[in-house]
Design a protein around this ligand. Structure first.
Ligand code: 13P
Length: 252
């Protein structure tokens, strides 16, 4: 089964026009500098999507956003629609990140509705799942991730329009990571649950990224596992050298 590895940067609420554009230019230059076998994406905040799009011109680096509404337009003050993201040049949108689930009370149902709308607008989704520390300590990791997959991934999702990101909440921004064996076990379990939801063929082709304290030093170990198809990188994606070292160490 050939799945193209993906290295995606989630910039979160970081990046003003000057430093964001500089970062995008550095990533674009580094991706262009040698032949790459992986797909690259950066997901800056809404405010600099257009500027980053311009900075990425000519480089094989996709643009992604970090959230969207489920409506195409209308009375939703402060929200951004999938059509608007497509219009500004996004190919991807991250949905259901644990920070949105926690800060904005996003449910699996809401994430699923957003994903359906994003796909309708021609966007690809990166749907995030992952357990909290308390859930892990209670031995609920697989159950929690399964429930999130079944509830957040549209039944119509395909490997062409959807990427999953497994991000244990306790590993995000903490410098802690699961063992490589734990990561592989969860990814393999997630792929099984995906098969129930969207069929075995699509599940076999769908990419499952790992996210949570991915650094140049652990990229080789965590990203070369059979069911791991790349990384969703937070903090380390804010430095082009670290982001590209992760890609290089993962064989990208
Ligand atoms: P860190 O890489 O900073 O742990 O963040 C991971 C993440 O949340 C990416 O979406």
């Amino acid at each position: 089964m050939v799945r193209k590895m993906m290295i995606a940067g989630n910039w979160k609420m970081n990046g003003l026009s000057t430093d964001g554009v500089a970062l995008a230019k550095e990533v674009a230059a580094a991706v262009k500098a040698k032949k790459r076998v992986c797909e690259f994406a950066v997901c800056p905040p809404f405010t600099i999507l257009a500027a980053v799009k311009k900075a990425l011109r000519g480089a094989k680096v996709a643009l992604g956003a970090q959230d969207c509404h489920f409506d195409e337009k209308g009375a939703h003050t402060g929200d951004i629609s999938p059509l608007m993201l497509a219009d500004v040049g996004c190919a991807y949108v991250i949905l259901g990140h644990s920070e949105r689930r926690a800060d904005h009370g996003e449910s699996n149902e809401l994430v699923c509705r957003k994903a359906e709308a994003a796909h309708k607008a021609g966007l690809k989704t990166i749907i995030c799942i992952g357990e909290t520390l308390a859930q892990r300590e209670r031995g609920e990791t697989i159950d929690v991730c399964s429930e999130q997959i079944l509830g957040s991934v549209p039944a119509t999702a395909t490997a062409a329009d959807t990427v999953i990101a497994y991000e244990p909440v306790w590993a995000i921004g903490t410098g802690k990571t699961p063992t490589a064996q734990d990561v592989e076990d969860v990814h393999a379990a997630v792929r099984k649950v995906l098969a129930k939801k969207i069929g075995k063929a699509q599940a076999g082709k769908m990419r499952i990224l790992y996210g949570g304290s991915v650094k140049p030093a652990n990229a080789k170990e965590l990203l070369n596992l059979p069911d791991v198809d790349g990384a969703l990188v937070g903090g380390a994606s804010l430095k082009a050298a670290d982001f590209m070292a992760i890609a290089d160490n993962a064989g990208c």
